[in-house]
Ligand binder design. Structure first.
Ligand SMILES: [Zn+2]
Length: 126
């Protein structure tokens, strides 16, 4: 992930496996290490308190420890069909939505917020 922003054409190992965190070739179908299927991942990023994965039909939150260094093992799945009322907070970057009758609020880094804001509306009505 050290490539300069103005040079996005370089093929590389930018596909991070949500399962084990290893960087895979951009066109990899399965993780080189844990063999997880990578074909349905639309977006994956690391944030301070969790890693977040977005597939065509689900948002998956991998909770991390207080210091953000390790995963707790807790994984929360939000099927896109079951979330509603999506809101992208600004200027404080919070991603909010309703799920199972509760308001979920995820605090995101600005660049992560931009990514999900770009992709999510293509999948569901935001
Ligand atoms: Zn993996």
């Amino acid at each position: 992930m050290d490539f300069p922003d103005d040079n996005p054409e370089i093929p590389g190992f930018n596909l991070i496996c949500p399962e084990c965190g290893i960087a895979n070739p951009d066109d990899a179908e399965y993780c080189l290490v844990c063999e997880r299927d990578l074909t349905n991942i639309l977006l994956f990023f690391e944030d301070d308190f969790f890693d977040l994965e977005l597939t065509e039909n689900c948002i998956i939150e991998y909770r991390k420890s207080f210091w953000g260094t390790r995963r707790t093992g807790k994984v929360l799945k939000y099927p896109l069909t079951e979330i509603s009322n999506i809101e992208f907070g600004s200027p404080i970057t919070r991603f909010k939505f309703d799920f199972e009758g509760k308001r979920r609020v995820l605090s995101l880094r600005e660049e992560n917020m931009k990514s999900i804001k770009t992709i999510l509306p293509k999948l569901i009505d935001c």
